[in-house]
Write a protein that binds this ligand. Structure first.
Ligand code: PEP
Ligand code: MG
Length: 920
């Protein structure tokens, strides 16, 4: 197994590796993990928690640094803590007279649903099982616990495939004529235990460990090992959780929910994790052990059913739930067990929630006086906002699909949003199809952590079993993917690669549509629509708070009036980047664009070519004037940064290779005449313009230096548009941006010439239009000489796409497809630097650019318009670097608004804690 890279490990026999619950506390999450800290907090608050202890996350880290060995002193401390639990319970691990049984569970700093497995009933062997039978006066219960233990221990600790046990179990059920597990009697279960032990012997070559301490040490080690297991690593990758945190191990006295109908087990959220409604939400299963609920094996009842089974316990649970929510000041996800009428709390942690639920809870908790506005803003995650901008089904399209009989099933809505994709029945294929670019809906009987890689790539998830607390539901909500669970009429036939619903067959690969908000499954594609942002009151309130709190402006990258209007609706305060080349791509303009390009160079010596060149520019001037008029009008009163033409010109021409093939074929067919000559001429022109490294070639301001008429045409169009709008009573605020500058002399030359053009236009019109000239900082040299650049530039916009490309020397067009995935897998890079700004390198240049630029021009307006402008982590960086605004693609504007507020709040609390930590 690969050695985990770990931070410097804490060693030494005196180091404290183990914390009994009463010695820990709720704020020790990093050391005790979420579960451990939760149990410690509840124990300290005097709540009924079965006694236990936590082995720290540090111990896990030390285990890996020591080459997968328990650190010195850890085992001795474990034995001492176990003894304390034995004293408290009056039982002893493995004691045939009165056996203590324990559970062993993992618990990392943040909850990682389903990633780590639990071993229950540890401490059973052939002797203690008899003791348990006598004490409980229930042989069946004792042997059922024993067979569950061997099954779990075999699967989790000894890596035996679950089917090996399932086959034995199913065969025994058939032999006994048992329909349900509960139909099996004590003697039958005892036989199963013996057969399970044979399975273990066959698969591992060794006997099942009978010594409870041996069982315990193996189980602890398995938890440590699972930290580096594939599922855990996959999850951490997706969630950007560090491999170096380690997991804690919790060892806790067992309580039994399966001791009859006055017992039971459940999971509940203090508020509805889908809608945010303030009511207990979850499932209860009478006479069952915890894993039955979580795995969704038996369909559990709603939590309110517990009131009928045991009103006293329900009332106590309600009280505790409210107490925990107040204490943690957040919606809690609780696990509990009732053993013979007595309630035990097993876990409390902040509950995962959908975007809808997150914004409602944040808003409600401020109204209820539980949270301050700042705290509420920190509770909503940027991805929650993203979810609320998710598409849903078009009502009409859905109604039409329904009346055409395409609504085939209804399950339990578990995570909202609409998804359309081909039905895929196993996670490997889902992953493969998603990689190939297909939209996929994963359809499974139920999911387990082994399905995670397939879930990440899917648009949505549909399961036939399980409830709202099942693995599928919890993970999908976390990932923000639409999900339906418990669609019981859906039968998945993996062997034939179909699923059927009431006799109707759907082959793998067929398109289906699912609505995770309503639970509906439809055949074929149903059109989806954008959500109604304007009427989403909870989200609007949260974003208004964010706006009050943030210092960074949020602008948008938009090239057309339609996108600008959308961006404005979503809260954009300006346009940070209009890429004018996108305006050149429209079919009716393309011939003039080509005419301009092909004649630009010849125009310098050939009067005919010059005529053609100027005619093309004149034509494009007309188009551009209208483009800019509508864009500036859509953003009336707000700044609009318009970038002069940037890409290499040959991007607008046919590809050299395609032309070469075409001409060769024409010649081979003996095709001659004007058509061939025209293609040959084009081929020659394209050949002349070919570059080895176009991204570093004739583009950006270099184009304007060689062919000033193109820039002049664009500036003329911008200002003529502005003048017209101004005359109509509008307030246009164009800012003209010169791209890819590396040296102030480039900028000076281009600007001098364009200022003349601008002054001519405004002077002739006699209009007082406010405009600025600025530049992109996207070449390292520009950042390094930003003080000089700022002599000419009235604003800076960091083009972090090109800046990342040039700082790393990674070709944008090649890196992502060729090697960045590998780099991330190998941890050569923490993130894709084209998505998350590389603070260490690119960021250093950004900071330098800001400092130098403002040294020359203190009021310099500085923003960022690379893709990073919509990424929350990068937004936080921009806040820290003192930028004026970030510019993001329109749909990410609300995300950036929240991220900017969070950065402001966190920045202040960091400063405050630094100040308070300063000694007098
Ligand atoms: C950039 O380089 O960051 C940028 C915004 O420009 P483009 O992506 O168009 O090169
Ligand atoms: Mg660029």
């Amino acid at each position: 197994m690969a050695q985990a890279s770990t931070p410097s490990a804490v060693t030494g026999t005196t180091h404290k590796w183990v914390f009994p619950f009463e010695e820990g506390s709720a704020d020790m999450r990093d050391l005790l993990g979420g579960k451990g800290a939760g149990c410690a907090g509840m124990t300290r608050a005097g709540l009924p928690v079965p006694p236990g202890f936590t082995i720290t996350t540090e111990a896990c880290v030390a285990y890996y640094s020591a080459g997968q060995q328990f650190p010195p002193g850890m085992w001795e401390q474990t034995l001492a803590a176990l003894e304390a639990v034995e004293k408290k319970t009056g039982k002893k691990l493995g004691d045939p007279a009165d056996p203590l049984l324990v559970s062993v569970r993992s618990g990392a700093r943040v909850s990682m649903p389903g990633m780590m497995d639990t071993v229950l009933n540890l401490g059973l062997n052939d002797r203690s099982v008899e003791g348990l039978a006598r004490l409980t006066d229930n042989r069946r219960f004792a042997y059922d616990a024993y067979r569950r233990f061997i099954q779990m221990f075999g699967r989790i600790v000894q890596d035996i495939a679950p089917e090996a046990f399932d086959e034995v179990f199913e065969a025994a059920k058939t032999r006994a004529g048992a329909k349900q597990d509960t139909d099996l009697g004590a003697e039958q279960l005892k036989k199963i235990v013996a057969e399970f032990k044979q399975v273990v012997r066959r698969q591992t070559g060794r006997d099942f460990p009978a010594d409870p301490l041996d069982q315990l040490s193996q189980a602890i080690e398995a938890v440590f090992r699972s930290w580096m297991g594939k599922r855990a690593v996959d999850y951490r990758r997706a969630e950007k959780i560090s491999d170096e945190w380690g997991t804690a191990v919790n060892v806790q006295a067992m309580v039994f929910g399966n001791m009859g109908f006055d017992s039971g087990t459940g999971v509940a959220f203090t508020r509805d994790p889908t809608t945010g409604q303030k009511q207990l939400y979850g499932n209860f299963l009478a006479n069952a052990q915890g894993e039955d609920v979580v795995a969704g094996i038996r369909n559990a009842e709603p939590i309110a059913a517990m009131r009928d089974h045991n009103p006293g316990v329900y009332a106590e649970f309600e009280r505790i739930a409210a107490q925990l929510e107040r204490a943690y000041r957040d919606m809690q996800d609780l696990e509990f067990t009732v053993e013979r009428g007595k309630l035990y709390m097993l876990q409390t942690r902040s509950g995962k929630r959908t975007g809808r639920s997150a914004v409602k809870i944040a808003r409600d908790m401020v109204a209820e006086g539980i949270l301050s506005v700042d705290e509420a803003l920190l509770r909503v995650e940027p991805r929650h906002v993203e979810q609320l901008l998710l598409p849903r089904f078009d009502e009409q399209a859905k109604a039409a699909a329904e009346s055409a009989g395409r609504l085939i099933a209804k399950g339990v809505p578990a995570s909202p949003g609409a998804a359309v994709g081909e039905a895929v029945l196993d996670p490997d294929r889902a992953e493969e199809r998603a990689r190939a670019g297909a939209r996929v809906v994963l359809v499974r009987p139920e999911t387990s952590p082994d399905d995670f890689h397939g879930m990440i790539g899917s648009q949505g998830i549909l399961t036939s079993r399980g409830g709202t607390s099942s693995h599928a539901a919890v993970v999908a909500r976390g990932l923000g993917k639409p999900c339906i669970v418990g669609a019981e009429t859906v039968r998945v036939d993996l062997a034939r690669r179909v699923f059927s619903v009431d006799g109707r067959q759907v082959a793998e690969g067929e398109l289906i549509s699912i609505d995770g908000g309503s639970g509906e499954v439809l055949l074929g594609e149903v059109t989806t629509v954008e959500p109604n942002f304007a009427e989403d009151e909870d989200l609007q309130q949260v974003l208004r708070w964010a706006d009050e709190r943030r210092r960074l402006g949020v602008w948008a990258n938009a090239d057309r009036a339609r996108d600008a209007t959308k961006a404005r609706e979503l809260g954009a305060q300006g346009i940070g980047l209009c890429r004018t080349e996108h305006m050149f791509e429209e079919a009716e303009r393309l011939p003039f664009v080509r005419q301009m390009i092909l004649n630009a160079a010849p125009a310098k010596r050939d009067p005919e070519a010059r005529k053609e060149y100027l005619a093309a520019l004149e034509k494009l001037l007309g188009y551009q004037r209208e483009d800019f008029k509508s864009l500036l009008k859509a953003m009336d009163g707000r700044p609009v940064i318009i970038r002069l033409l940037d890409p290499p010109l040959h991007e607008f021409l046919p590809k050299y290779e395609d032309l070469l093939v075409e001409v060769t074929e024409m010649r081979a067919r003996g095709q001659g005449g004007p058509e061939l000559s025209e293609r040959e001429e084009l081929l020659r022109a394209v050949a002349v313009m070919r570059e080895a490294n176009p991204m570093l070639g004739l583009r950006g301001c270099r184009l304007g230096l060689l062919y000033p008429e193109i820039n002049e045409m664009q500036v003329r169009a911008i200002l003529e548009a502005a003048v017209e709008l101004k005359k109509q009573g509008h307030d246009p605020q164009p800012e003209i941006m010169i791209p890819l500058v590396g040296d102030v002399r480039e900028l000076r030359r281009v600007k001098e010439q364009l200022v003349k053009t601008a002054e001519t236009v405004t002077g002739q019109a006699g209009a007082d239009v406010h405009y600025k000239f600025g530049t992109m900082i996207e070449i390292p040299r520009a950042a390094l000489t930003a003080d000089m650049i700022a002599q000419e530039a009235e604003f800076f916009s960091f083009g972090t796409n090109d800046l990342t490309q040039t700082v790393y020397g990674f070709s944008r067009d090649d890196a992502e497809g060729k090697f960045l995935g590998f780099y991330q897998d190998e941890k050569l890079l923490p993130n894709n630097p084209f998505q998350v700004l590389d603070a260490e390198g690119v960021g250093k240049l950004v900071e330098m650019g800001v400092q130098l630029g403002r040294k020359t021009r203190p009021d310099l307006e500085i923003g960022i318009c690379g893709e990073h402008g919509g990424d929350p982590e990068s937004v936080a960086f921009c806040h820290g670097a003192g930028l004026n605004y970030v510019s993001a693609s329109p749909y990410r504007v609300p995300i950036a608004r929240l991220a900017a507020a969070q950065a402001a709040i966190r920045g202040e609390s960091n400063t405050a804690s630094r100040e308070s930590a300063t000694p007098e």
